[in-house]
Design a protein. Structure first.
Length: 467
């Protein structure tokens, strides 16, 4: 308040909120006074450079002053808010303190009930904590009698519950041992528990009848016995409820008459009109049938989609493994192995890898299948053609054709053509990697937009609050 009085003559920006003007005035006041004595506190070459780049053409000194005043105002706002919350927390804590100096505990009034407090014991050796219930003030003598008298006057209101009064009771009463806001203990007795229990449960009656409730009241040294007259009346029921009860009684009587017989013939008439009985069952067969039909249709269509997805996944795996297979063929053929031997070497290495828990690959599975065809006696050229046809991809068909032509023309140029195919496959793999990278960037577009929105909110909300 002192700083606000001293800074009342300071100017603020025209667009400053009226709620924030006091803090900006104090910040300007403090800036002008402290800048003379602590100039280095408001001097940072990097800050000045950044401000000039952000606001080109603006006077540097004005930008610096506005920047540091705004920063100081924000610090003052935080300090002020922290002070308010700290004072509120301190006040709340003080209000809960019941222990006064000299080891005195202030009890609450008899209407507020007990309170749990934590006391710390310290005798200079080992401190200990205790949780204890502080009972409210217990009145005695005439004061206790006044409390009991006031409670007796309000007792009918406490126990009525949903009933309008004790003169017309149709639903359960609220018979408690202790009622909120009153320390008087009550013990209830009913002179007719078959109609009104000591817990307040009301049983159905056919005619109006009175029941005496006896309340044994106890508070401090004062004990009282109060008798309350409760008039129980039959509940008002609608015509539909009457018809339901009549039919229920008719069914019970009919069953009692035929309980010794093997068959129970239900009543065929009610109020002179014929009736039809149907058994109500929880039959979900139609629902299950409909669910099964719907599931069948869905599976019929989605299995095709799943198959297509699996095929696409297989093709992607074949595309991915093709450059590796061609490079292995180049390596083994360059080392002097035949095509058949190179394929058997690749298949053998793959089998050993799978036995060791390695990942299975459709491309290597096809090579393994080709080798098994060779073992079974199928001609080598036909095996290579089958290999390309099973994969169904252009590059594998091209490789199978190359291997089949090699059997006819010899392998004089095979290594050179395999190297050319390896270079081509490496280039295609590079292009495929670029394509996948572009697709990944497209998929990340939505999360990036969401992140941009979050960043904009983080920037704009404080800026708007300071306007």
């Amino acid at each position: 308040m002192i700083l606000l009085c001293l800074a009342r003559g300071e100017d603020t920006a025209p667009n400053t909120s009226s709620l924030l003007k006091p803090f900006y005035k104090i910040a300007m006041f403090l800036y002008k006074r402290t800048f003379k004595y602590f100039p280095k506190l408001y001097s940072s070459p990097q800050v000045e450079k950044d401000l000039l780049q952000l606001y080109p053409g603006e006077p540097g000194e004005c930008l610096k002053t506005e920047y540091y005043v705004k920063k100081a105002a924000l610090c003052l706002i935080i300090a002020f808010a922290g002070t308010l919350f700290g004072a509120a927390a301190k006040f709340s804590t003080e209000s809960e303190m019941v222990l006064r100096e000299g080891g005195t505990i202030i009890r609450d009034s008899y209407q507020e009930g007990s309170r749990e407090v934590t006391l710390s014991f310290d005798n200079g050796e080992k401190p200990m904590d205790f949780k204890i219930e502080v009972e409210p003030v217990l009145l005695s003598g005439r004061a206790a009698e006044i409390v009991v008298d006031e409670f007796i006057e309000k007792l009918p209101q406490y126990i009525c519950g949903k009933n309008e009064s004790l003169e017309k009771v149709t639903s359960d009463l609220v018979l408690e041992e202790i009622y909120d806001g009153c320390p008087v203990a009550v013990r209830w007795e009913s002179d007719n528990p078959g109609l009104l229990s000591s817990e307040g449960q009301v049983f159905s009656v056919e005619d109006d009848i009175s029941v005496i409730l006896t309340a044994h009241l106890n508070y401090s040294s004062c004990e009282r016995v109060e008798k309350l007259k409760v008039n129980l009346v039959p509940p008002e029921i609608s015509e539909e409820e009457k018809a339901y009860r009549e039919l229920e009684n008719m069914l019970l009587e009919s069953q009692g008459e035929s309980v010794t017989q093997e068959e129970w013939v239900l009543p065929t008439e009610w109020r002179g009109a014929p009736v039809i009985w149907r058994q109500v069952t929880d039959d979900r067969s139609l629902l299950l049938w409909a669910a099964a039909m719907a599931a069948g249709v869905m599976i019929f269509f989605f299995l095709d989609r799943d198959l297509h997805d699996r095929l696409e996944k297989r093709r992607k795996n074949l595309h991915r493994d093709y450059p590796e297979i061609v490079h292995k063929l180049v390596l083994f053929v360059g080392a002097g192995m035949t095509i058949r031997g190179a394929l058997q070497k690749i298949a053998g290495d793959y089998e050993a890898k799978c036995r060791g828990g390695g990942r299975r690959s459709p491309a290597y599975e096809e090579i393994l299948y080709t080798c098994r065809e060779l073992y079974s006696g199928v001609s080598e050229g036909l095996c290579y053609e089958h290999f390309g046809r099973r994969t169904g991809l252009q590059e594998y068909i091209r490789l199978s054709a190359l291997l089949a032509q090699n059997l006819k023309r010899g392998n004089s140029t095979l290594l050179e053509r395999l190297r050319s195919e390896a270079d081509k496959s490496a280039e295609e793999r590079l292009q495929q990697s670029k394509k996948l990278g572009e697709e990944a960037g497209t998929k990340l577009l939505v999360p990036m937009i969401l992140m941009l929105a979050v960043v904009m909110a983080i920037i704009m909300i404080p800026a708007m609050s300071n306007m």
